[in-house]
Design a protein around this ligand. Structure first.
Ligand code: TA6
Length: 297
């Protein structure tokens, strides 16, 4: 038995929290309730699957995704920390999503299964003060994700960006719409980060779309007519919402993403990025939460 399997054993709950080793030999947890199942890898603490019994999977996973210790998994809910986007000399979107997280707690009640994972840096190291991330994943008829960031430094402020970079599964990007962002200002990354105001009550995706909505705590609804499904993205502790679809050219340019997969996915991400980045004083914490629910119509 590997060290990882030994460390996991004490938190496993038969039929509710089980361990698997599949893709790329990366340890995976299978979380179950009477009406839903979810999967997450310790690699990046990345949720890769959530499905309610009566519905299709809620999250998109690329069929081309890597499953390697040094690469991010393409799909599900990547955890972005401590920076969002590219960075000179470092991997885009920070180091949390390719780190080996530890399982530190688990519980199962009648209709909820919950695990808590942790990633910690014990001392101030280079640019990053000592910190601890705790990620609580609660599976029921909804998927609730809570990322607590704690500054464990005694002297230094922890200025950081964070984001739950959720990939949603949809029937067809051409007919899907996004509601809830009307009136919010956003940085349009496909137009030189020009700042604009959202005018649409329901946003259509007609090309590469990469928008960072700022200073908004709105609930966002993804309307998917082909699958007759609404996906509701509620959030707290988050002032930024990112909407992303790579469209045709960017899809072709990504080795870990199928050329036509852009048609069946949409990212609606909840975080604190760019002007909404957080600065945690020593000894303080913040929690970024999102609850993902779906309903058929
Ligand atoms: O959140 C949207 C975004 O920042 C896009 O610009 C695109 O880069 C996407 O994230 C995926 O980034 P990744 O590093 O996972 O390929």
């Amino acid at each position: 038995m590997t060290d990882t399997e030994t460390a996991l054993r004490s938190f496993l709950i038969p039929g509710r929290v089980e361990a698997r080793t599949e893709n790329g030999q990366l340890p995976k947890l299978l979380l179950s309730t009477a009406g839903s199942t979810a999967e997450l890898y310790l690699h990046g603490a990345q949720v890769t699957y959530f499905q309610k019994q009566s519905e299709r999977p809620l999250l998109f996973m690329s069929a081309q995704s890597y499953f390697a210790p040094d690469k991010p998994i393409r799909g599900g809910v990547p955890i972005i920390f401590p920076w969002f986007g590219p960075r000179d000399g470092a991997a885009a979107h920070g180091f949390a999503r390719t780190a080996a997280w530890s399982l530190v707690d688990s519980s199962a009640t009648n209709n909820e299964t919950r695990v808590t994972l942790e990633l910690a840096q014990a001392t101030d190291l280079g640019e990053w003060p000592a910190h601890r991330l705790r990620y609580r994943v609660t599976v029921s008829d909804v998927l609730r994700l809570e990322l607590e960031v704690t500054n464990n430094s005694t002297a230094r402020e922890l200025a950081h960006e964070s984001c739950l970079h959720t990939y949603f599964a949809i029937g067809d990007i051409h007919t899907t719409r996004i509601a809830g962002l009307q009136g919010a200002c956003y940085l349009d990354k496909v137009d030189n980060f020009v700042e604009k105001t959202e005018t649409a009550a329901e946003i259509a995706i007609t090309g590469e779309t990469d928008r960072v909505y700022l200073n908004t705590d709105s609930t966002v609804t993804i309307i998917d007519p082909l699958w007759h499904r609404r996906i509701v993205v509620e959030k707290s502790g988050s002032r930024s919402t990112v909407v992303w679809n790579p469209w045709i050219a960017k899809a072709k340019a990504m080795a870990d993403f199928g050329d036509d997969e852009y048609q069946r996915m949409l990212c609606v991400e909840s975080g604190n990025v760019d002007r909404d980045r957080l600065a945690l004083a020593p000894g303080t914490s913040s929690t970024l939460s999102t609850t993902l629910r779906s309903e058929l119509f």
